[in-house]
Design a protein around this ligand. Structure first.
Ligand SMILES: Cc1cc2nc3c(=O)[nH]c(=O)nc-3n(C[C@H](O)[C@H](O)[C@H](O)COP(=O)(O)OP(=O)(O)OC[C@H]3O[C@@H](n4cnc5c(N)ncnc54)[C@H](O)[C@@H]3O)c2cc1C
Length: 471
């Protein structure tokens, strides 16, 4: 059997890793090749080393509650390089000031009364409305999908959603809360809404269970990276792969079914190859491009991704007077004259090992849903606007040591209402019209690194166990 994996991000690399692992265990005759359009592997994982700073241009860490990334790191022999995030207070900007996210919040849902009631983030009326969740009758939740915004507004009212939940959750999933799918992003909230009378009560018991499972009752860092940055994981995956399986600068252009079985894959450089099974870990728009007669292609093409830029800005520590000592801050929509700055990580606090002593590093997320034109502007414009907006929140003296802009144009998947059933439809159309061609990765069934590793492994196991080709 000949398998082609398209895309050298974490999903494609995980699929390759799993296929090679199962092949070694079973001794099966499987030829596997991975094709990446760019010169570098890793996709959105991209670590830059500059002047002693380690800069994550895409993801900076992974959550440990989902175990797939941790077990990958173990398999690669990198466990001794794991680094935990320094815990600390994160803030939300409100009326030009920073206020801590109330202690005990779970994804923005308050679970402890005192810090929530003391927080200046909400008005008295907003707090009363949010607390109504405790006595509002349990409502039979709909079977069909709905937006996160609608769901939360029903339980908590608008203030908690606009001032706490939106800035927290829309950073994880690109898109407005009012258009994001409850089913595809946080299905546990819907189950909690059905099972418990109140989401606050349900979140409280969830937080308690988590604290007990850490054994100490202490808040521990939930996130991990590895020394040297996440690209170390990509490099190790490449080293672990058999020689000659990974092909760079190979942009897939079209997939044509063979006369009897399998497919011919045509690349932009004029070369071609044959494969029995094809694993596409590319955006859905790219799937539609390479399979021009796919019946659901028009729908796949019509759904845009969101754009964001990460802007890393380094300063000598003396240049920055921080009003608060925390890991970062979020800027809700409408705060700071409707700017484009969405969130800032104070890297020197959250990941001090990435920043040389005597310096600070700000990792800024720029571009909002419906207001992301800045991502297409030249570097000088992006840096100037980011600095301008930063100065509204922080006391910055002098000029930066350097700034690095990374654009993720239309690269952020938007899990809007109906996402899950759309992906189901796409998968069954592929199974009917192009048997042996599969989709996996961030655009389909989960956006976090552990979700992508899981999808890569699952699609690899599926291909190995369901293939009808002779081997
Ligand atoms: C700014 C940012 C911050 C993030 N922060 C976090 C975080 O802290 N933690 C976390 O868990 N997740 C985070 N994420 C999400 C996570 O990084 C992604 O979901 C994940 O890396 C996606 O992996 P993937 O392999 O599915 O896709 P990608 O990384 O997008 O890889 C797809 C690959 O396919 C290649 N490709 C596309 N078309 C073709 C073609 N025609 N032929 C050949 N190759 C092609 C691309 O070049 C690319 O290399 C973040 C994402 C971004 C953008």
């Amino acid at each position: 059997m000949k398998i082609a994996i398209i895309g050298g991000g974490i999903t494609g690399l995980s699929a390759l890793h799993e296929i090679e692992k199962q092949r070694a265990e079973s001794g099966r005759q499987v030829e596997v090749n991975l094709y990446e359009k760019g010169a570098a592997l890793g996709g959105k994982i991209s670590t830059l080393h500059r002047d002693g700073f380690t800069i994550e241009r895409g993801p900076d860490s992974f959550i440990t509650r989902k175990p797939e990334m941790l077990s990958l790191v173990e398999e690669l022999g990198l466990s001794d390089r794991l680094v935990k995030n320094h815990t600390g207070q994160a803030y939300i900007a409100s009326n030009g000031e920073f206020h801590p996210i109330p202690e005990g919040s779970v994804m923005g849902i308050p679970t402890r009364a005192v810090p929530f009631l003391r927080s200046p983030l909400l008005t008295k009326k907003g707090k009363m409305r949010a607390a109504a969740d405790l006595w509002l009758p349990a409502k039979k939740e709909k079977d069909t999908d709905e937006s996160l915004g609608l769901f939360f507004r029903r339980r908590f009212g608008d203030e908690l959603v606009d001032r706490l939940l939106e800035p927290l959750l829309s950073g994880l999933y690109a898109g407005e809360l009012n258009e994001l799918s409850l089913e595809a992003t946080f299905p546990q909230f819907r189950q909690m809404g059905v099972k418990h009378r109140s989401l606050i009560q349900a979140s409280r018991s969830m937080a308690k269970k988590r604290q007990q499972s850490t054994g100490t009752g202490q808040k521990t860092g939930l996130f991990r990276t590895v020394k040297g940055g996440l690209s170390v994981i990509v490099d190790e995956m490449e080293k672990a792969a058999s020689k000659g399986t990974i092909h760079r600068e190979k942009q897939l252009q079209e997939i044509i079914p063979g006369e009897e079985k399998g497919y011919t894959l045509y690349f932009a450089d004029g070369t071609k190859t044959e494969a029995d099974e094809v694993i596409l870990t590319v955006p859905h728009q790219a799937v539609a491009d390479v399979l021009p007669s796919l019946s659901v292609g028009a729908e796949m093409k019509s759904l845009p991704g969101a754009s964001v830029a990460t802007v890393a800005i380094a300063f000598p520590a003396l240049s920055l007077r921080e009003p608060v000592n925390g890991t970062g801050f979020l800027i809700p929509k409408g705060e700071g004259d409707n700017g484009v700055l969405k969130a800032v990580t104070l890297v020197h606090h959250k990941w001090p090992h990435l920043v040389p002593d005597g310096n600070v590093l700000l990792r800024c997320f720029v571009g909002r849903p419906g207001n992301d034109a800045i991502v297409r502007d030249p570097d000088e414009t992006v840096i100037a606007q980011t600095l301008n907006e930063l100065r509204k929140f922080l006391d910055i003296q002098g000029e930066p040591l350097f700034a690095d802009v990374t654009r993720w144009k239309s690269a952020m998947p938007k899990y809007t209402v109906g996402h899950q059933s759309r992906v189901d439809t796409w998968e069954s159309a592929l199974a009917d019209e192009y048997p042996g061609v599969h989709i996996a990765g961030t655009f389909y069934r989960g956006v976090g690194l552990p979700d992508c590793v899981r999808q890569g492994r699952d699609v690899a196991s599926h291909v190995l166990s369901h293939s009808t080709s002779s081997f």
